[in-house]
Design a protein around this ligand. Structure first.
Ligand SMILES: Cc1cc2nc3c(=O)[nH]c(=O)nc-3n(C[C@H](O)[C@H](O)[C@H](O)COP(=O)(O)O)c2cc1C
Length: 212
């Protein structure tokens, strides 16, 4: 049985925390689509390292050009840093670092070096000032090309960065390296039971390959 969800938030939909369904859409919990998780690293205004646990990177490319697209909200440290310095680094991290990534959220003050707080190793990028994370499977050094305010209300913005340089762990061509506990991890948003007020816990997963 298919259940239709319209543009108005259904009465049975519950927020996981106050304001959740103002900052994000009820479609995100009512129609959950997994997203690859990453840590976006930027520099804070005071030069300290910022890291943002992030679900939702997408890509566009053509000959010689590769773009990382970050759908985001209007305000957060990361987006302010990106707009100020016009650069960011996207680091794809495996599931064994899920808890470590969470530490970057717990330690989110201006004075915090969020890469050390997560227990990660910061390495200098070659084309931007922001650091990359050595433990990553893949890191993309990006320069901001443009930021698009989707509806003109400042609430949903697309930040588009052009990849300058990729750092790729050797053996990343192997399916077992892309998938499994040492491969990419995906975010499963806390799903709404469409027939009740129940919200499921947040989840995370890694990939299992199958024969194609
Ligand atoms: C699993 C997970 C996924 C997240 N995905 C996003 C995301 O896609 N976009 C976003 O703005 N925040 C996301 N967050 C929340 C940010 O990580 C969090 O607000 C962080 O503290 C923001 O850091 P900043 O203020 O330094 O930018 C996510 C958090 C978790 C735990």
């Amino acid at each position: 049985m298919k259940i239709e969800i319209g543009q108005s938030r259904p009465a049975n939909f519950r927020e996981m925390y106050p304001g959740e369904l103002s900052f994000s859409s009820h479609f995100e919990c009512g129609a959950v689509v997994p997203n690859v998780l990453s840590l976006i690293t930027t520099l804070k205004e005071n030069g300290k390292y910022n890291a943002c646990f992030y679900a939702g990177t997408t890509f566009a490319g053509n000959e010689g050009k590769y773009y990382v697209i970050l759908p985001g909200m209007g305000q957060s440290h990361t987006y302010a840093n990106i707009l100020r310095d016009r650069e960011f680094c996207v680091n794809f991290i495996s599931s064994k670092y899920y808890k470590a990534c969470g530490k970057t959220i717990e330690h989110n003050d201006d004075g915090d070096d969020e890469i050390s707080e997560g227990g990660f190793t910061a390495k200098p990028c070659k084309t931007i000032k922001a650091p990359r994370i050595e433990e990553s499977i893949v890191s993309f050094e990006c320069r901001l090309v443009s930021a698009h305010d989707i509806a003109g209300d400042g609430k949903s913005v697309l930040y588009i960065g052009e990849v300058q340089l990729a750092h790729v762990e050797e053996n990343s061509h192997l399916l077992d390296r892309i998938c499994g506990p040492d491969g990419f991890m995906v975010n499963i948003n806390s799903a709404q039971n469409l027939l009740s007020e129940e919200r499921m816990p947040y989840g995370a997963a890694y990939l299992t390959p199958f024969e194609v």
